[in-house]
Design a protein around this ligand. Structure first.
Ligand SMILES: O=C[C@H](O)[C@H](O)COP(=O)(O)O
Ligand SMILES: C=C(OP(=O)(O)O)C(=O)O
Length: 371
């Protein structure tokens, strides 16, 4: 069967397929390539300030101390489901920095700065992939935009967290992150476990979309070991990457398979599974996704349940994740992005900024009373 090939792939294909025969052309790979600046080139173009690097390193150190139980505060990874409008994202970061300072005695706030969205099937794949929100997929622009955004967040003194999805992105952005997640759809992937073993920050591995824990537990063990794999060096050269293993892997319970898993019984089950695998049980509860049935308003109940578990002495829960933005809910991505509602998610629904403040102030107050 003959396929209709778009113009650019046809041109590239014709150059690489010896005879310009129609049938052979139809068998050509349906792909073509464009150059991308190297990680070193982008770092040179957008260098990190010393304040930014101090923020990142301090963030990693605090999170390591939380995981090693040397800092009693829970971590709170909080922010939009995805950054689609860097102006609204910066506005959010400024608000969050103030709240982080206010609650620093009880909670350690890290901004969720998610640029890459793993889709169940299809959909907008995030700011790096499609920064202009129009399917033009200008990835070099997206990477620059993402790096600029992380630099600005770090310059505010706010540590940042992201999901590592594309295997090459950490070379461009990894130095600016204090925490990273491997998502529910990729925790079972060997490639992502290898990358996690190379990263210099704590990594949360999510349970599977079916709610199963095995992928996350196996991922934590696998990422803690040394690996050798193919990657990219800073100059953009394909390289053999040899890692030492990341001992700061932990589980993120996000619910799944139509059921939540933030409740005390599910947390006990996860704690036992981690211990059985020889791991120190460290769990972050994701208040969103399968734990909220994607109803943003339910994130508040999940957080309240976690606080109750802390009050009952549950030490395995070292943090929570909240999907939060300026406006509550979400909206569809419109053909004209200028018509989008300011500060409202175009991926999963988020709690509003004012609810975020209330939720976190209440949690901090409850923790103060526990001291
Ligand atoms: O966090 C975001 C989404 O849950 C994730 O990207 C999957 O989204 P989808 O099921 O709408 O594709
Ligand atoms: C995609 C996400 O989560 P999960 O991997 O749990 O679906 C996310 O946190 O944005």
């Amino acid at each position: 069967m003959k396929r209709d090939l778009p113009t650019a792939p046809v041109a590239a294909c014709q150059a690489s397929c010896p005879p310009a025969d129609e049938d052979l052309l139809a068998e050509c790979p349906f792909a073509y390539t464009e150059p991308m600046p190297s990680p070193a080139a982008l770092r040179l173009e957008q260098p990190a300030s010393s304040r930014a690097m101090q923020t990142v390193i301090h963030g990693r150190r605090v999170l390591r101390n939380i995981l090693d139980r040397r800092d009693p505060r829970p971590m709170v990874v909080v922010g939009p489901c995805s950054i689609h409008d860097p102006v609204a994202g910066r506005d959010y970061a400024q608000r969050l920095k103030q709240l982080a300072d206010e609650l620093a005695d009880s909670l350690y706030l890290v901004m969720r700065v998610y640029f890459e969205k793993p889709r169940s099937c299809t959909g907008w794949k995030g700011l790096i992939n499609d920064p202009h929100l129009d399917a033009s997929c200008r990835i070099a622009d997206g990477m620059r935009e993402a790096r600029r955004f992380l630099l600005d967040v770090a310059d505010l003194g706010l540590p940042a967290a992201t999901e590592v999805l594309d295997p090459l992105s950490p070379q461009y952005l990894g130095e600016l992150l204090s925490w990273a997640a491997i998502g529910a759809r990729t925790a079972e992937s060997q490639i992502h476990r290898e990358i996690a073993s190379a990263l210099p920050m704590p990594i949360g591995f999510k349970n599977g979309t079916d709610g199963g824990l095995d992928a996350a537990v196996n991922a934590i063990v696998a990422a803690s070991r040394p690996h050798s794999f193919l990657g990219l060096d800073a100059s953009g050269q394909v390289a053999i990457v040899r890692t030492q293993g990341n001992r700061l892997g932990h589980a993120v319970l996000r619910g799944g398979g139509g059921k939540p898993n933030y409740d005390a019984a599910s947390v006990a089950q996860a704690r036992n599974a981690l211990q059985k695998a020889g791991l120190v049980p460290s769990i972050v509860v994701d208040c969103s996704h399968g734990n909220s049935s994607k109803d943003h308003a339910r994130q508040k109940q999940v957080l309240q349940d976690v606080v109750t578990q802390w009050q009952a002495g549950e030490a395995a829960i070292v943090g929570v994740m909240i999907e939060s933005f300026i406006e509550a809910g979400n909206q569809p991505l419109l053909a004209d992005p200028a018509q989008l509602r300011y500060g409202c998610s175009i991926t999963d629904a988020c709690v509003s900024w004012s609810d975020t403040e209330t939720m976190l102030r209440e949690a901090a107050q409850a923790l103060r009373q526990l001291r």
